[in-house]
Write a protein that binds this ligand. Sequence first.
Ligand SMILES: [Mg+2]
Length: 397
Amino acid sequence: MPFKIETLQQFYTLMEGTKKAREKCVQQYLQNQSISSELITSLTEALEALEAIPQKEGKYSLLLSKTKTIFLDLSYEIGELKKDLLYLKHSPKTFYEYLSSIHSQFANQVQEGEKVLKGISWGNFITDRDGTINNYCGRYKSSIQSIYNSIFLTSFAQKCADHSVILTSAPLDKGGLVDISINPEQVFIYAGSKGREYLDSKGKRNQLSINKEEKNKLKTLNTMLTNLIAQPQYELFSLIGSGLQFKFGQTTISRQDIYHSIPAEESALFFEKVNNIVNEIDPEKEFFRLEDTGLDIEILLTMKRGERSKAFDKGDGVSFLNQELQLGLEKGPNLICGDTKSDVSMVAASMEKTPNTWGVFVTKDPSLQQEVKKICPQSLFVSEPDVLISILNNLSN
Ligand SMILES: [Mg+2]
């Protein structure tokens, strides 16, 4: 049944459908079954429906309401579906040739990575998601994990590491990490909100504690922001970029996306609106700290732990999980992967426990590479998430 995608809501519904189909494909693949033809058909139709959305200057136009249109870059959604269909229908060799045709240096970097990491049996594999093991997408909600990605990562996690952790700053669920992941159960520990909340490999959920007063403040903030974006003129901000995300101890609301789909003035006005709400709830600035990246507005509970008050980082998340789940970080060897400055703290947390740590970063930025090398001599750099996951896949074979 070919369908037509006209609204942003229809687009999200379609993408959610691909999540379910992809999950089933991964299950069948890992159980050595042949992939059912209905699943391939449904993914093919999803791709056709996306490609049929009207375009203007390379961007896809979708209706936000009867009168408002938004133009989106859908290269992630379309590109990953294409790759998945190619992966399911052709040999691994053909698939690698395709990756090699879209990423320069692919073959060399995979070969080099395999050479240096070969034969290590990892105690822990701890990794960031977006930009590290998953290609970047402009919208969190539609950044559904692709089939080949899940199969590569699952093979590595099952065969080469005792514990595998995906640690992200996005929330764990309710529009978070688990909602866009398609890996089979009991393979990964999922950690959201920089590690402050997690789902262990048996599916048990847990989190750091925050006090009642802080909880209430955060609840008020989230209610007011929910009401704000329920107004038709602000609804857009919940549908672009990170959208509205309720994280543990932190709330994120987008005011712009990486494609700059929102006019600057409209974005600035929205920022003022949000800022006013925060000031109203917390006039003395006792509870919240507001950070504006230009794309996202992050409203964070200030964590007062003992004497020092410091923002919780991903390194704190790694240490928290190590305690909670007895990961045995002290013993190693630990493979820590990231792609931005905020991931360096994860490498530092592991190095504090043992020099038996490898830092693998997806970055072309020389200063970030230097920063990683300085704290972790055993390090490796690749240019694309597809390179990293292909290395991991090869190590598991
Ligand atoms: Mg990242």
